[in-house]
Design a binder for this molecule. Sequence first.
Ligand code: ATP
Ligand code: MG
Length: 449
Amino acid sequence: MAKEYWIGDVQAGLHDGSEVELKGWIKRTRGSNKIRFIVLRDSTGTIQCVAKREDLGDEIFESLKGALIEASLVLKGSVNADERAPGGHELIVTDAELVGGVRADSPFPITESAMVAADGGETEFLLDNRHLYLRTSRMTNMLKIRSSVFGAIHSYFRDKDFTEYQAPNFVAGAVEGGSTLFEVPYFPNEANPDRKAYLTQSWQLYAEAAMPALERLYTIAPSFRAEKSRTRRHLTEFWHAEMEVAWASNAEIMAHGEGLVRHIAKTVIDERESELSDIDRDIELLARYADNPYPRIRYDEAVETLQGLGIDIEWGQDLDYSKEKVLTQDFEVPHFLTHYPKVAKPFYHRVDPDDGNYVLCHDLLAPEGYGEIIGGGERTWSEEEILARIDEEGVEREPYQFYIDTRTYGGVPHGGFGLGVDRVCSWLSGADHIREVIPFPRDSRRVTP
Ligand code: ATP
Ligand code: MG
């Protein structure tokens, strides 16, 4: 049963002149009553397979002739290195077995013309058929790049002695403001008929509780946000890589963010060069993101730059996507934006002791118009200050009592960041839309398939 040979290896010339058994799915098929040209694909590549009636006999040849796109096959034969064949190799078939057929009355719906109509993007039709669209080479490439991004995040933190740590997904309070909270009925009872929980927007608050135990911790986990405005960079369920470090300043946390993103870019180049070129991504650009330092600019400077460009923005406003897009369009590398106004950020951001109008925070903005990929900074860490900030913002104390306790018992300066993994995948692969890099995207309209 096990699979011994991979089409990618055959195309790489590893089995020239040998007998092999290839297992895969039909990508294309054509031919006559005597000879069939089947392009077989597996997760590593595609190869043209030549099947002749005179070699295979009527029964086997007829089964291949009737096999439609996406039918699964086991083909035995010998490998020919041939410049004229697509990819430089072909299989001369000596035996064949149709494993899972496709019925003529329900052919595979993702046709070449549906792909052409989508023009590299994603029509509703392709989204409705996402479970089948996953088999296209574009999605295979995206998912492999994505896997390297996840691997790079783990290796970065583990190499630096961070402990991976998991927080609950059902929580009682907001991290990011109430407007994007998902409510879940949570065992209502007589005493509490409206009892509910929320899906977590971030791991951060629960990570801060473990910070005195682990000091350097990270996770990669889903976060949930009821994002009503539909953009090219928001999902309602996204993958969030977060870290928290004790005794660290905003500058030290930024150094980790920069180190991580450069390591991700380098890993993707090292592991996924052929996938990147298949999707027409410029590797020179990615090399720039891996090799060059990321500048830091203050929020005030960014606002001035935007105002200079005639963009309508007032000091104190958070930057939404329309503004980040303009700002980052001409960036050569990611830039950190630091020192946002206190009024633009939630209570857990530490106020700058040098100027109480600002907080010690940062966003990392990706170039080419992609915008924010990291949000982080120092946390408000003294009990006195956290209580004052909670009250100042009119936040209810009760759901955050556990969080306040983390300051009551030996608070220390600390901080961390959250990186949107899907956003990083989208940027590094040059995708038009964040949906393109996640297998089953969730947004305000869609929870199916
Ligand atoms: P934005 O202003 O773009 O909505 P945010 O300020 O709400 O982002 P943070 O709360 O700082 O984002 O979250 C940390 C990171 O998580 C962001 O930098 C981004 O990369 C990612 N992120 C946040 N919301 C989403 C979302 N809805 N879909 C995908 N990624 C997200
Ligand atoms: Mg947001």
